[in-house]
Design a protein around this ligand. Structure first.
Ligand SMILES: *Cc1c(COP(=O)(O)O)cnc(C)c1O
Length: 393
C-alpha cells in the first residue's frame, strides 16, 4: 500500500486524491497554542493516522511548529512515529496490550494505564531493561470508558507503591460531553472529580508533572479543564462545526483535507431513464451525466447518494443515483463548458471561487455522523498529496 503515497507517480494513476494542507494544520496548531498560552502544553492528537490526514507528515510539521507531545491510540501508531524520527514524548491513549510492554520501553513510549496488571507488566519490562518507565494514569470521571473509577481510586493508588520501576508522569481523564451545554453538570462534575483524583495521588506522595483532560471541546469551551496540558485532535484538522460547543465564537480554523477527482466520462441521458444501481435517480430532462472514479471504498460514503453535491468549474453539481464502490455519478447539465478530465472537488474549497466549499461537517450531517468519521474514512486507496510550501491563492 505504501506505493500509493508515492507523490511523484501521481500522474500515472487514477486521478483521485486527498490534498492535505500542512500550512493550514500549522495555522490551526498556532491558534490552539495562542489560546492556551503559557498555561498549558499542547499534546497534538495524531491517532488514527491523524484522523486520516497522515500521521507521519502531520507530526513532522507539528514538530517544527513546536508540538510538546503527541497522542496516539495504539503503541503500533507510536512506533510508526518513532520509525519516522519523531523523538517527542508520545502518549498511547488506549494503553497497551499484553506483549507490548517491552516495546513501549524500547521505543520510549508513554502508555496510559488503568489496570494493576498493566503496572505489573510494565514494571517487569522496565526492570528487565534496567530503566524506569513513565506512565500516565487514567481516571474515569464520568465517561464510563477507560480509566479507574474516581470513587475507587484510593485503593488503587495504595497498591502502586510496589512498582518501583514505573514513574507516574501524568494523571489524565477524558471529557464525555464538553461540547454539549445540556451536559454542563456532567462536565462540571468531571472537572471536580479530576481535581479530587489529583489530590488522592498527592496524598500518596506522587507529584505527577502532567495533568490533562481537555480535548478540542475542552480547549475551546472549558478553561477550567485545561490542567497544564491539553489534548486537541479535531480542531488541528479544522474540524469544529460538529465538535465545539455551539456557544463558541466562530474559531478561525482552516480545513486541512480536501478530496478531488477528475471526470472520466460524460454522456447525455434522455428524460425518463434511470441511472445507477437500484434505479434511485430518474432523469427528469435530457441530462449530462459525468462519471467520477471515486466511490464508497474510497470513503465517499454510499449514504451521500442523491444527497451530496460536488464542485466543478466553479459550480455545485449534485450527486445522482447510488454511489457505488469505485464510481460516482454527478449531473453536470448546468455546468457550461464541462469536459472529460475536469477537476472535481468532493470535499474542500474551490480554487476559482472560494465562496463554494464543502466541509467534512456538511458530509457528516448528510449521513448522520461526525466529521471525524468522514476524514478517518478516506481510505488508504486515496493517495495523500501534501501541500507545505507557502502559496497564495
Ligand atoms: C481522541 C482523543 C482526544 C482528542 O479529541 P478531539 O475531540 O479530537 O479533540 C483527546 N483525548 C483522548 C483520550 C482521545 O481519545
Amino acid at each position: 500500500m505504501s506505493s500509493f503515497n508515492d507523490q511523484e507517480n501521481i500522474l500515472a494513476r487514477r486521478p483521485t486524491w486527498a490534498e492535505i494542507d500542512l500550512n493550514h494544520l500549522a495555522a490551526n496548531f498556532k491558534r490552539v497554542k495562542q489560546r492556551v498560552g503559557p498555561v498549558a502544553r499542547v499534546m497534538a492528537v495524531v491517532k488514527a493516522n491523524a484522523y486520516g490526514h497522515g500521521a507521519v507528515a502531520c507530526a513532522r510539521r507539528l514538530v517544527s511548529e513546536g508540538a510538546d507531545w503527541f497522542g496516539v491510540a495504539l503503541p503500533e501508531e507510536a512506533i510508526e512515529l518513532r520509525s519516522a524520527g519523531i523523538t517527542q514524548p508520545v502518549l498511547c491513549l488506549g494503553g497497551f496490550w499484553p506483549g507490548q510492554a517491552a516495546a513501549c520501553i524500547q521505543h520510549q513510549l508513554t502508555p496510559v494505564v488503568y489496570r494493576l496488571d498493566m503496572f505489573e507488566a510494565l514494571n517487569q519490562a522496565a526492570l528487565n531493561a534496567g530503566v524506569v518507565a513513565d506512565v500516565h494514569v487514567k481516571v474515569d470521571t464520568g465517561m464510563g470508558r477507560l480509566g479507574i473509577r474516581f470513587d475507587g481510586l484510593s485503593e488503587f493508588v495504595a497498591a502502586l507503591e510496589r512498582f518501583r520501576n514505573v514513574r507516574i508522569d501524568g494523571i489524565m481523564s477524558h471529557l464525555a460531553a464538553a461540547d454539549d451545554a445540556s451536559c454542563q453538570p456532567l462536565t462540571r462534575d468531571q472537572i471536580q472529580r479530576f481535581e479530587d483524583a489529583v489530590v488522592v495521588f498527592r496524598d500518596h506522595g506522587y507529584r505527577p508533572t502532567h495533568l490533562h483532560l481537555a480535548n478540542s471541546a475542552g480547549v475551546y469551551g472549558h478553561r477550567e479543564a485545561w490542567g497544564n496540558m491539553v489534548r486537541p485532535g479535531g480542531v488541528l484538522y479544522g474540524l469544529w462545526r460538529d465538535v465545539l460547543p455551539l456557544t463558541t465564537t466562530k474559531p478561525e480554523l482552516l480545513p486541512v483535507m480536501s478530496l478531488h477527482t477528475r471526470i472520466s466520462l460524460l454522456k447525455w441521458v434522455p428524460p425518463g431513464e434511470t441511472i445507477g444501481y437500484g434505479c434511485t435517480f430518474e432523469a427528469s430532462r435530457r441530462s449530462l451525466i459525468a462519471t467520477l472514479p471515486v466511490g464508497y471504498h474510497d470513503g465517499y460514503m454510499r449514504g451521500l447518494s442523491n444527497r451530496a453535491h460536488v464542485i466543478v468549474r466553479g459550480m455545485y453539481a449534485p450527486v445522482v443515483g447510488r454511489i457505488s464502490m469505485d464510481l460516482t455519478l454527478i449531473d453536470v447539465t448546468n455546468v457550461s463548458g464541462v469536459e472529460v478530465d475536469d477537476q472535481v472537488t468532493l470535499l474542500g474549497w474551490d480554487r476559482q471561487n472560494a465562496e463554494l466549499k464543502i466541509v467534512a461537517e456538511d458530509l457528516a450531517r448528510i449521513v448522520g455522523t461526525l466529521s471525524y468519521e468522514v476524514t478517518c474514512g478516506i481510505s488508504e486507496r486515496v493517495p495523500r498529496v501534501y501541500i507545505s510550501a507557502d502559496y497564495t491563492n
